[in-house]
Design a protein around this ligand. Structure first.
Ligand code: ADE
Length: 228
């Protein structure tokens, strides 16, 4: 699966920077991440990409010409990419969307905005607008990285143990049950007896009950939205 990113900071996406799973998937050729410099499509001698808003107001907006040219350039060389604009005004990212995105072939074209935002006309070039949460960052680069990380780990072969995908948080609309490893007792805190029992049916039932309890306490909104 391919990830293309249009950004003013292509160096952030260098393969050497990716830790862990994504780094290994890149080396193994399971995924490809290619950053495309928006600045190359900037206007005039100064390669200008931003400008002041019509009607006044603070801050700078990314102009449409460099963004359109960059998007058309990437799609010319890599047709069929699903175009995603990262913006705080997009649909809030959640695991069900991550799953859908991981099935998009040949891959994703992520457009990272900067400054106060992008010219409204750029929205016409996106198949989907995604936000990573209700807070504002100064650019779409970190959101793009988060999206790549979330999607890449669902690409077949990227995770060592695919079973962990079906057990992790959000897999069935619940937060995950509590986990313990050695030692059995640490500073007076004991591992729940059931986990030491070797009774797999009991362990399974305990985990399910704990996941439900935890979700009800911490994220009742998830329970309300859950399909039985
Ligand atoms: N760019 C700036 N803030 C953002 C957010 N919360 N989600 C996606 N893109 C953004």
């Amino acid at each position: 699966m391919e990830f293309h990113v249009i950004t003013l900071f292509p160096e952030l996406f260098a393969a050497a920077n990716w830790p862990g799973m994504v780094g290994r998937a890149l080396k193994a050729g399971l995924i490809k991440i290619e950053a495309h410099a928006l600045r190359e499509h900037g206007l005039g001698n100064y390669r200008q990409v931003d400008d002041t808003p019509y009607g006044g107001g603070s801050g700078m907006l990314l102009r449409p010409e460099p963004l359109f040219a960059a998007i058309e350039g990437v799609l010319g060389a890599h047709p069929g990419l699903w175009r995603v604009l990262l913006t705080p005004q997009g649909e809030p990212l959640e695991q069900s969307m991550v799953r859908e995105l991981s099935a998009r072939r040949p891959g994703l074209l992520l457009v990272a905005g900067r400054y106060e935002g992008v010219d409204e006309r750029v929205r016409t070039q996106a198949d989907q607008e995604i936000s990573i949460g209700d807070y504002v960052l100064s650019g779409g680069e970190l959101p793009a990285m988060m999206l790549i990380e979330a999607v890449a780990r669902l690409v077949p072969g990227v995770l060592g143990n695919p079973q962990s995908l079906s057990e992790e948080s959000f897999a069935d609309g619940l937060l995950e049950y509590p986990h313990y490893t050695r030692p059995e007792e640490f500073r007076g805190m004991r591992v729940p007896e059931v986990l030491l029992s070797g009774d797999h049916q009991k362990i399974h039932a305990w985990r399910k009950a704990e996941a439900l309890k935890r979700t009800a306490r911490r994220r009742p909104d998830l329970l309300k939205r859950r399909r039985p």
